[in-house]
Design a protein around this ligand. Structure first.
Ligand code: GCW
Length: 680
């Protein structure tokens, strides 16, 4: 039985308790829904499925009903149910109200999409066994764009995918498995995700054609599925399309022929999909084409596409992951961490208002710990999207357990201080700090065609958590986790306690046996799984630890280093710059220190390295025994799926421990204070 793994957090478990059954059934036995639009049909399908699964019977859809589903447009009905306009006026267009009175329940969406989200909220309440009596809920998303980026290719592979093959494409064609895509759209809508780009940001030869006749009919088919769940579809495009598709001899953004070509291309796309979202662009990054070829800058490049898209309200999502990936390791001046800021801050204010810059959470690349990208705060007149990575490229590749919501919370709560206290990243991405027209969060998806969607069943928590957090950044990592556990595994107390302990500890466990103190990398080149201390040390990627016999770390201070610190607002810059004030968990990101440097916990850096690596492995053993204690409470498929991965994690952790410890013992000659086994 793999059904539970497949259903993720939409289990809709049968309600066995008679009293509970009677309570909830009294509301859903009759339902009224006015419109039968695409989203309306999706709402109806979801409720029918959920009711059937939870009660084993079907609701009657009729005009006068116990559960009333409607939108603000239906003024007469709102009046009848005593809902006043002020309550609604406070909501943005994706918000909703759920209200219970006299055994009647009404869900009012500020729009149809809002209604869809309200219905998913109601189903969540029932699954969590919360009473509906006297309920009043008023809710709306805090962030405008809540997006997923699929890094899927038409051959069915997924760049940095660890959950099987693509559910969008196989063997060079767009999928015909619409059931699977519909279920994906349901999962996304249920946690409030409202946008998706459906192909890899590295747009290869065949994928360049996704915006041409060859594929547009197929793309349109997919778009309709997502649209009916309120998810707007975007495509990643190749900046050199005018050459590759249009046979022009240039893709220069200031060339009139190129501009005309994009205008016609965009008109063609919108003739297939009037609600198409726009383009995601990776340009001049890791060998992808871009405006630099023509000595133009990124504002020129983004504005070219923005002008073509603006008549249709389309958007350009332009990525800031631009750096020199051909660096000479001998060159100690170039610092990759500086690159995005150096490229984009001078362009602040030059982008059209339908351009959004997409910025990775850290200045490097999704390491286990990085400071927040200094672009947040520095860009003040430009729309911005924060980019997270749900797929665990550097974080154990869905073999190792790593619950990411605590990390994302830290990023959102980081105070950039640019406009004084409280200039958090969240206040930038929700659009409030700089009154941005467009803003929000995007993340690289962790899904694929495996039964569990995410390979590691517990990695489902990251997809769920991403959606919930981007909807409401005030939720704590614990609250999100508790919701997820109950919806995914049920109500058993022991299960709730043990699973939440395991997941909440998992990020720091992973950090402990890999690269603590903010140094990052030390992974195997290319695939990025497993330890290889010098794997990237003498390479062209700009990702070094600079370990020698005295110490390690990257000097990014203003006095002796690359002065990267000065990309932050003064208060943060000074804090990171001062050795005694820099937080220990980022110490080696900002400073090159001797092995004997003392951390705030009193230990030397070298001893901390030894200790954390030993501890990391012991903690993985603890994860294994915790999981074993849940065996009787979890179905065999999901139990085994996780048990197997925990064993892989243990081998991985041991290898990290032994290689890292041995390496630094050999480099430093400083023995472990506890005399534990090492391999000198
Ligand atoms: O982290 C790097 C990955 C690449 C990825 C790139 C990016 C899609 O290793 O696989 O390419 O980031 O974000 O563009």
């Amino acid at each position: 039985m793999t059904e539970q793994a497949y259903r993720c957090w939409l289990q809709y478990e049968t309600i066995l308790n008679k009293q509970e059954e009677a309570h909830y059934w009294s509301y859903v036995q009759t339902i009224s829904l006015q419109k039968e639009t695409l989203i309306g049909q999706a709402i109806k399908r979801e409720l029918n499925l959920a009711v059937e699964s939870m009660f084993g019977k079907t609701s009657t859809w009729q005009e006068d009903a116990q559960l009333v589903l409607t939108t603000v447009a239906d003024k007469a009905r709102l009046r009848k149910h005593g809902i006043n306009q002020e309550e609604i006026a406070e909501l943005n267009e994706e918000g909703y109200i759920i209200k219970e009175k006299d055994n009647q329940l009404i869900v009012v969406g500020a729009s149809e999409k809002g209604l869809l989200y309200g219905v998913f909220h109601l189903l969540r309440l029932i699954s969590q066994k919360q009473s509906l009596t006297d309920l009043t809920i008023q809710d709306a998303p805090q962030n405008q764009i809540r997006m997923l980026n699929q890094w899927d290719n038409i051959d069915g592979s997924i760049e940095r995918g660890y959950s099987g093959q693509s559910i969008f494409y196989s063997n060079g064609t767009v999928t015909t498995d619409e059931k699977r895509l519909t279920d994906y759209a349901r999962l996304l809508a249920s946690v409030g995700i409202n946008a998706i780009s459906i192909n890899n940001v590295n747009v290869w030869k065949e994928e360049t054609h996704l915006i041409s006749e060859r594929y547009l009919t197929d793309v349109q088919r997919l778009e309709e599925i997502f649209q009916s769940y309120g998810v707007t579809v975007y495509l990643s495009i190749n900046f050199a399309s005018p050459i590759e598709l249009g046979h022009l001899d240039t893709a220069d953004p200031l060339d009139a022929g190129v501009q005309q070509w994009w205008k016609e291309k965009v008109a063609e796309i919108y003739s297939y999909m009037p609600r198409f979202g726009g383009f995601v662009v990776k340009a001049d990054s890791e060998h992808r084409p871009g405006p630099f070829t023509y000595e133009r800058d990124h504002a020129d490049g983004a504005n070219l596409l923005a002008d073509a898209l603006s008549p249709y309200n389309g958007m350009v999502i332009w990525r800031c992951f631009v750096y020199n990936c051909m660096q000479d390791w001998r060159d100690r001046k170039t610092d990759r961490a500086r690159a995005a800021y150096d490229h984009f801050v001078p362009l602040d204010g030059r982008f059209r208002d339908n351009v959004v810059l997409q910025i990775k959470n850290g200045p490097m690349d999704f390491q286990v710990r990085e400071p927040v990208s200094p672009l947040f705060g520095a860009l003040q007149q430009t729309n911005q999207l924060l980019e997270f990575q749900i797929t665990q490229e550097y974080l154990g590749q869905q073999k190792d357990l790593c619950y990411l919501v605590p990390m994302w919370k830290e990023v959102l709560q980081f105070d950039t201080k640019v406009q004084g206290e409280g200039s958090t990243v969240q206040s930038i991405v929700n659009g409030s700090l700089y009154q941005a027209k467009i803003s929000g969060i995007a993340a690289v998806a962790n899904s694929g065609d495996e039964q569990s969607w995410t390979g590691h069943t517990l990695a489902q928590a990251n997809l769920f958590g991403y959606g919930r957090l981007t909807w409401n950044a005030d939720l704590t990592a614990e609250e999100i986790l508790h919701e997820w556990i109950v919806l995914t595994f049920g109500h058993e107390e022991k299960l709730k306690r043990v699973l939440s302990e395991m997941l909440l500890a998992s990020w720091s466990i992973y950090e402990n046996y890999t690269t603590p103190l903010g140094i990052g990398w030390m992974v195997n080149p290319n695939h990025h799984y497993g330890v290889n201390v010098d794997g990237y040390e003498y390479s062209r990627w700009g990702t070094y630890h600079f370990a020698d016999r005295e110490g390690l770390g990257v000097d990014r201070t203003r006095e002796s280093g690359t002065a990267f610190v000065d990309q932050y607002a003064k208060e943060n810059a000074d804090r990171f710059n001062a050795l005694d004030q820099c937080p220990d968990d980022l110490l080696l990101f900002f400073h090159h220190v001797p092995y004997t440097h003392r951390l705030k916990n009193g230990k030397t850096v070298i001893q901390h390295y030894y200790d954390s690596h030993f501890e990391g492995v012991t903690d993985v053993e603890w994860l294994i025994s915790e999981w074993q204690s849940l065996k009787s409470l979890i179905d065999p498929y999901r139990y085994k799926n996780v048990a197997e991965r925990l064993q892989l994690q243990l081998s991985n952790a041991r290898e990290w421990r032994d290689q890292v410890n041995t390496y630094f013992l050999r480099k430093s000659g400083i023995p472990d204070a506890d005399g534990r086994k090492m391999y000198e």
